[in-house]
Write a protein that binds this ligand. Structure first.
Ligand SMILES: Cc1cc2nc3c(=O)[nH]c(=O)nc-3n(C[C@H](O)[C@H](O)[C@H](O)COP(=O)(O)OP(=O)(O)OC[C@H]3O[C@@H](n4cnc5c(N)ncnc54)[C@H](O)[C@@H]3O)c2cc1C
Length: 405
């Protein structure tokens, strides 16, 4: 019987443990927290968006898209649904997003925990793995509390995002220590701080927008969705989605600006017509009254100020160019990104152990007998259940291969 040591009791580690134990392996799970699956509880705002019916590699970033595709094809959405059914968990979907039927992340964790118990997986709690030493055959795992000898190791300790849940990057360091190449990590699916000092005035505004991120003149990302303005800068799903590209640009020392169109459903031509009508009908009002009803009130006030106008000035005393400036800001409001909100606030980390050094069975090409799964690898997905899907897919393949080889 193979003895498999799994580092990390998160989504990927628990999936690997259940899979390997079902294949008949003796599994020891090392978890630095006093319980497993802490991060799962906060996923999907406590509802756990654990997968998506529209699964494709376009939803992910990685240095090896071919391997990524192979993994998702080997264990995708259908297999994930079947797996959870085998644990007794009913799922539902909303716009393609998969959730547990009762919309409680805690039941997903319970289902995994019960199965670990039924399969007699040995769980060592408060057991932080500090180093792993390969032997002629197998490995010695050193952890706070002692050492254990195993035949195979699965590294599933996550990346650097949300370190309070346990994933503090130490598992990536273990892989580096074993000779793996590490792709630099940045927070992804995270809020962005902006340089402008006026954000307090527009904090709380939510509006549909197209957001384009630029470094100098190069467009690096574009997203559509509900933008949320906060006292430090910008948030919301579209900001989360483009944050990884922005953060890699910031890491490279580049200046990043966001150009925001807060009237995304009105094209330039229609916009010109609306402007003309407005200019004819409302010319006798004050600037503030004139622009009322275009975009959110707080934004109108900000744009008036940025165009160098006073809200109380009568429109007749204002030039067409000055009014055009306000209109231009509605279609292209430019702000500069100062920084991200850090790994503490990120849902996932981009970067990690290079996927190019892993084969499709999730085995390391650098250290035979070592397998890797989940966010420790340089794969990060978009919002929509894709990151947990990666954890289930890679965890499953690692569990099968480690127990069989
Ligand atoms: C707030 C939030 C909301 C999210 N919502 C969603 C969502 O709705 N859908 C989605 O798909 N994804 C979501 N994600 C992302 C998703 O949760 C992660 O990508 C996924 O859980 C990663 O799984 P993992 O097993 O690789 O790592 P983790 O879940 O981070 O687990 C790693 C485990 O390893 C342990 N560990 C680390 N180092 C060591 C060590 N040296 N020794 C022993 N143990 C160690 C940690 O304590 C931890 O328990 C969200 C993330 C956050 C933070």
């Amino acid at each position: 019987m193979k003895r498999i040591g799994i580092i990390g009791g998160g989504a990927a580690g628990m999936m690997a443990a259940i899979t390997a134990a079902r294949q008949g392996a003796k599994v020891i799970l090392f978890e630095k927290n006093d319980r497993v699956g802490k991060k799962i509880l906060s996923t999907g705002n406590g509802k756990c968006n654990l997968g998506n019916l529209q699964l494709s590699r376009q939803e992910y970033h990685s240095t090896d898209e071919e391997l990524l595709t192979d993994v998702l094809e080997a264990f995708g959405t259908r297999e994930t649904i079947q797996f959870f059914r085998s644990l007794g968990l009913w799922l539902k979907e909303k716009n393609g997003y998969l959730y547990p039927l009762c919309e409680q992340a805690a039941v997903v964790l319970d289902a995994l925990r019960y199965e670990l118990r039924v399969l007699n997986v040995e769980i060592l709690y408060e057991a932080t793995v500090t180093h792993i030493r390969p032997k002629n055959y197998g490995f010695v795992i050193h952890y706070t509390g002692g050492k254990r000898e195993v035949d195979r190791v699965i590294l599933a300790g996550g990346g650097c995002a949300a370190p309070k849940t346990g994933s503090d990057g130490s598992c990536i360091a273990l892989a580096a220590d074993l000779g793996h190449k590490i792709i630099p990590q940045v927070p992804a699916l995270v809020q962005l701080k902006c340089k402008e000092d006026y954000f307090k005035a527009v904090s709380g505004v939510r509006c549909d927008a197209v957001i384009r991120a630029y470094t100098e003149k190069e467009l690096i990302a574009e997203e559509v969705g509900e933008l949320q303005l906060t006292d430090y800068g910008v948030s919301g799903i579209p900001i989360f989605q483009l944050s990884r590209q922005v953060n890699y640009a910031l890491l490279a020392g580049r200046k990043v600006t966001l150009r925001v169109d807060v009237l995304p459903n009105i094209d330039r031509e229609e916009f010109k017509l609306l402007q003309t009508g407005r200019n004819l009908l409302l010319a006798e009002r004050t600037v503030e009254e004139f622009l009322s009803g275009t975009v959110n009130k707080k934004l109108v006030n900000l744009f008036i100020k940025l165009a160098g106008l006073k809200p109380t000035t009568n429109c007749e005393a204002v030039t067409q160019e000055q009014l055009s400036k306000v209109y231009d800001l509605m279609k292209e409001w430019t702000i500069e990104v100062a920084a991200h909100k850090g790994f503490d606030n990120a849902q996932v980390s981009a970067g990690g152990v290079s996927l190019k050094e892993i084969d499709v069975r999730m085995e390391s090409k650098v250290v035979p007998g070592l397998y890797l799964a989940g966010e420790v690898l340089d794969v990060d997905g978009r919002c929509g259940g894709y990151n947990l899907q990666w954890a289930w897919s890679s965890g499953y393949l690692a569990g099968v291969a480690a127990s069989k080889d």
